[in-house]
Design a protein around this ligand. Structure first.
Ligand code: AMP
Ligand code: GLY
Length: 425
């Protein structure tokens, strides 16, 4: 099979790495890809939001399966456009992808499907949003409705901050039309976990729990990032609770969308907050998380092509999704300054040495191939050094041994990835 993976992050390197292990796969293309995907297949310089160009590429290359890494192409209708051409695509159509593409849609679906989530209101007008915020008080959460590159959520600790945020989004148009509509919701407290499931529209197969580290600084301090590290399983969501949790947060969504004639096929990612009253859904994503994907795929035993084709064909009930019992931990190495401004073009050394360590795999994110030096940095999150270990202590130890082998100027990483899990286990 010839497979086209869309995207350019650590998640996409991990997807290419896992797909390439399938005996069914002969060729991997990645658009636009990074330094890591270039080592597995061929990078093609087509952007992830250029739907006509992606469809043309898939046709031209007679691709057998397209795998969408990020949410943007899905929200823009990549899956629908490929379906019209008879090309299988892993990832939901534009309507179900709105679970991630529109916070108002997502919250409304959760409410209608009876999924536990924070109380909320949707606003199209600045003045009425402000009145509501003043009535409710702080802390309060403001969310831009549309996609805002992970920056559209503010947990405001004062009414003033909430109103400033509303002004930025609705009046000053910081996120363009993505902020025309906002969701204002109750702030929840607790520990977060990620819970992902393969879905074929009707059936689902669960992946083990995982936990991201969104803040840039140790102890969850500083601004939010795309994610500075992840591990799986997360003790906050132990295996014996997977079934019950899926009945609460996965099954009702699949049933609700199927009843609307818009079945969800792909990976459904529930971002959970463990409050004193139990789990509550903060958000849905319609794709693998980055960096959760890297530890999860290191644990996945089953052929990923078989799973993805079963999701598309509606035969997931025939597949036994097997996962290794080991723990996996991924530590993100970033460029100094991320998530704000950061330098690019720094040569990276030591990836091969880290890869040689037992159980360690370095997934590349913001990198690009360079003629003399192998790869250089080209983004904020540069690498995700991921390791399997017999338990969390061992997986963390191995991941940081990998990190120590790698060098680029002013690299930055959190030293406490997995610590919340250690406290709990
Ligand atoms: P979202 O994109 O909705 O997941 O929001 C991004 C991050 O904002 C989450 O991972 C949480 O850390 C935080 N967040 C979102 N909604 C809430 C909420 N209702 N209460 C507290 N924190 C939240
Ligand atoms: N790691 C969080 C996300 O992918 O949205």
């Amino acid at each position: 099979m010839k497979i086209l993976v869309v995207g350019s992050g650590g998640r996409e390197h991990a997807l290419c790495w896992k797909l390439a292990q399938s005996p069914k796969v002969s060729t991997i293309l990645c658009a636009p890809g990074n330094g890591g995907t270039a080592e597995i297949g061929t990078n093609i310089p087509v952007k992830d939001d250029d739907i006509p160009a992606l469809v043309a590429l898939a046709k031209e290359e007679s691709v057998d399966l397209v795998v969408a890494g990020p949410e943007l192409p899905l929200v823009l209708g990549l899956s629908n456009a490929l379906e019209k051409e008879g090309i299988p695509c892993f990832g939901p159509g534009a309507f179900p992808a709105n679970l991630e593409g529109s916070k108002a849609f997502s919250k409304t679906v959760m409410h209608e499907a009876g999924v536990p989530t924070a109380d909320f209101r949707v606003f199209d007008e600045f003045d009425s949003a402000c009145s509501f915020v003043k009535e409710k008080g702080a802390p309060i959460v403001i969310k831009a409705d549309g996609l805002a590159a992970g920056k559209g959520v503010v947990v405001a600790t004062s009414v003033e901050e909430a109103i400033e945020t509303l002004e930025e989004m609705m009046v000053k148009k910081r996120f363009a039309s993505a902020g025309d509509r906002v969701v204002v919701e109750e702030a929840l407290c607790g520990e977060e976990a990620s819970f992902l499931a393969f879905c074929d529209g009707k059936n689902y197969a669960l992946l083990p729990s995982s936990q991201d580290h969104k803040a840039v600084g140790e102890g969850d301090t500083g601004p939010n990032t795309g994610g500075m590290g992840a591990y799986s399983p997360a003790p906050i969501l132990p295996e014996e609770q997977y079934g019950k949790t899926a009945e609460l947060v996965i099954k009702p969504i699949l049933e609700h969308l199927a009843a609307k004639g818009e079945p969800f096929k792909g990976v459904l990612y529930a971002g959970l907050m463990y409050t004193p009253n139990g789990p509550s859904v903060l958000e849905y994503n319609v794709r693998f998380g980055d960096p959760e994907c890297q530890p999860l795929l290191m644990r996945l035993e089953t052929d990923l092509v078989d799973i993805m084709m079963a999701c598309i064909e509606g035969t997931l009930d025939k597949i036994d999704v097997k996962v290794r019992p080991e723990t996996a931990c991924g530590v993100v190495m970033a460029a100094k300054g991320y998530p704000n401004d950061y330098p690019k073009g720094m040569p990276i050394s030591g990836i091969d040495e880290a890869d040689k360590l037992d159980g360690v795999k370095v997934f590349q994110a913001g990198t690009k191939p360079a003629p003399d030096t192998g790869v250089v940095t080209s983004g904020g999150r540069v690498l995700c050094v991921t390791a399997l270990g017999k338990d969390l202590v061992h997986a963390i130890e191995r991941a940081y041994q990998g990190v120590e082998k790698i060098y680029f100027t002013d690299s930055y990483y959190r030293r406490d990835i997995g610590e919340k899990g250690l406290k709990r286990s």
